[in-house]
Ligand binder design. Sequence first.
Ligand SMILES: Cc1ncc(COP(=O)(O)O)c(C=O)c1O
Length: 435
Amino acid sequence: MDSQPSYEELVARRADLWAPCLAQDWPNIPVERAEGIYLYGPDGRRYLDFLSGFGACNVGHNHPRVVEAAREQMERIVHAPLGVIAPETTLRLAWELGKVTPGNIDMFFFGNSGAEAVEGAIKLARYVTGRRGIVAFLGSFHGRTMGAASVTSSKVKYRNGHGPFLPDVYFARFPYPYRSSAPDPEGCVAEALEDIERLFEYVIAPEDVAAFLLEPVQGEGGYVIPPREWLLALRRIADEHGILLIFDEVQTGFGRTGDWFAAQTFGVEPDILCLAKGIANGFPLGATAARRDLMGRWGPASHGTTFGGNPISCAAALAVLEVIREESLLENAREQGAYMLDVLRDLQARSPIVGDVRGVGLMVAVEFVKPGTDKEPNPEAVQRILQRALENGLLMYPCGHWTQTIRLIPPLTVTREQVEEGLEIFTRAVLAESR
Ligand SMILES: Cc1ncc(COP(=O)(O)O)c(C=O)c1O
C-alpha cells in the first residue's frame, strides 16, 4: 500500500506535482499556520511576514474577526450564485463598499480575483463607450488571464508564448521618477504625457480609446509612484476625449497607501475601479466597481459569474472594513510607513547598493543598484538579501522589471516593535551585501 508522504516530503516533491510556473517560484516555504504578521512552519520556525500574502492579508493573517465572520457565514450557506440567489453579505458589502470607494463609485460587479476585476473593467469600458482602444502603461501588472495579460507589461515573460493578445491595447510610458532622464518631476510627467500625444497622433485617435487603465502606484512593476500631476493630467485628457479612467487598485486598495484607496491619497477620481487582494483578507474575492451612470448600462447577462461575490468571502470583507475602521489601520499604515521610510533612508546613506527608497503609506520599497554604475539594476544582490533575510526569519518578495526592488509590505496591523524587528533583519542583510 502507498504510504502517505509527510508535508515536508510533498514540498520537496512539488516539482512533480505542480506546474513549474508555481513550483519554481521562490521560496515555497512550508507553513502550517499563520497569525497576524507571523507564519509558522511545521518545524516550529517563525517568520515575520513582510509580504502579507502578496498584499492580500492587510489586517494580518487569520484575523479573529474575519475568520469568525466567515465561519458564521459558512454554517449558513456556502455557495449562492448571484442572480439566482441574492445573498445578504454580498448585498451588504456593496452597500458598505460604496461608503469608502472614491467619488461616486457605488455599483459593483463581484468576481473572485484581481485578474477578473480587470477583465470586467475592460469589458465594461468597451461596452459603455462603444470604443475599442485600451491605453495601458509600461511596467504594469494586471493579472494572468488573457485580457489582463494583454494589458500587462512589467516583464516580457508574463506575455512570451501566450499571444496573440487582445487587439487594440496600446502602451504608453508610466512616469518613473528614479529612472527618468528628466531632472525633475515636471520633466518626468512631460515625458510620459508626450507618449500619449504620440499615440493619439500616430497610432489611435482619442475618440477610439475606451479607457486609460493603470495602477495608481505600480506594484509588481516595482512600486513606482508617479507624480500626482501625471494622474491629474490623465484625468484631464480623459475628460477632454470622453475616455474612461480605470484605476487598478488591486494592490493599492484597502488601506495600503494610508487611505482607503490610492485615488484618495492622490485626490484623483477614476471612473472604474478594480478591487481584490485586501478586500477580504485572503478569501477569494474581487470586484469591478463604477459610477452608476456607467455600471447601470451593463445590461442583463452581458457579464456574469458562478463563484464571484460568494457569501463567505463577502462576510470576511465586511469584517475587514470594520477592522480597518475600529483598529485605526489607515492611520497606522501612514505612521508605520513614514517611520519605515526614515529608517530605510538612513540605510540608504550607509549602503552604496541602495539606489532608491520610496513609499506611500505601507507600500514601501527599496531599489538596488550596482555600486559605481549609473543605476544599473542589481537583481543578484536582491536575491541574496531576500535569502539571507528569510534565513533570519523575515519574508519579503521582489518586484520591478529587472527584479531589482524589494517591497516591504507588512500587514496594516504591524506594530512599531515588529517594524523594528523586520527592519533590523533587513538592514543586516543589506549591509552584509554592501561590504
Ligand atoms: C495591480 C494588480 N492587478 C491585478 C492583479 C491580479 O490579481 P490576481 O492575482 O488576484 O488575479 C495583481 C496581482 O498581483 C495586481 O497586483
